[in-house]
Design a protein around this ligand. Structure first.
Ligand code: SF4
Ligand code: SF4
Length: 168
């Protein structure tokens, strides 16, 4: 899948990501390790929750999430508005690769498909790869959509925004 497909413009339809996957091995995520997946399979594992784009603090060796979000995250679609250029525009934006998935302390939310699979767990029933619909992550209330978050712009004391959501 081309990275350009993630760039938000008027023609982008998130549902297209999961609409035509007949060419893939059924339930490939159960049959392959993360390191064996193709680029397309790897990208499809992302459920689009947007939770990895929340700012975090490391306190006493533990990651604490805040409800401040990257200024480039669209809080309605939970997609990055600058996906193809994100590393140029946001130097601390992280690529989700195996190192990121296995980093300690864990900084990906515990619902993140990469972290789940790497720890021997299955995808949740609401994952778009299981439902065939991108919107299922939002309907299950597992994304940032309709949650109380604020843009990071102008925020100085991130400690005041620490949250303890169950799905982080
Ligand atoms: S937390 Fe994981 S599943 Fe959610 S948007 Fe980030 S990479 Fe994708
Ligand atoms: S630049 Fe990075 S952290 Fe910001 S919204 Fe895009 S992917 Fe998320």
């Amino acid at each position: 899948m081309s990275e350009d497909k993630y760039f938000i413009d008027d023609s982008f339809d998130p549902e297209e990501r999961f609409a035509h996957l007949e060419h893939l091995e059924p339930e490939f995520w159960k049959k392959k390790k993360l390191e064996e997946m193709s680029k397309e399979e790897w990208e499809l594992l992302c459920d689009g929750c947007g939770k990895c784009c929340l700012n975090k603090l490391e306190i006493k060796g533990k990651i604490r999430f805040t409800n401040t979000r990257c200024r480039f995250l669209d809080c309605q679609t939970c997609l990055c508005r600058i996906y193809p250029n994100r590393f140029q525009k946001v130097p601390d934006c992280r690529d989700i690769d195996l190192n990121a998935v296995r980093e300690k302390p864990r900084w990906l939310p515990k619902t993140c498909a990469y972290w789940l699979l790497d720890n021997g767990l299955d995808l949740p029933d609401w994952h778009p790869l299981k439902t065939g619909r991108a919107a299922s992550v939002h309907e299950a209330k597992m994304s940032l959509k309709n949650r109380e978050t604020v843009s990071e712009t102008g925020i100085q004391n991130y400690e005041n925004y620490i949250i303890d959501w169950e799905d982080l």
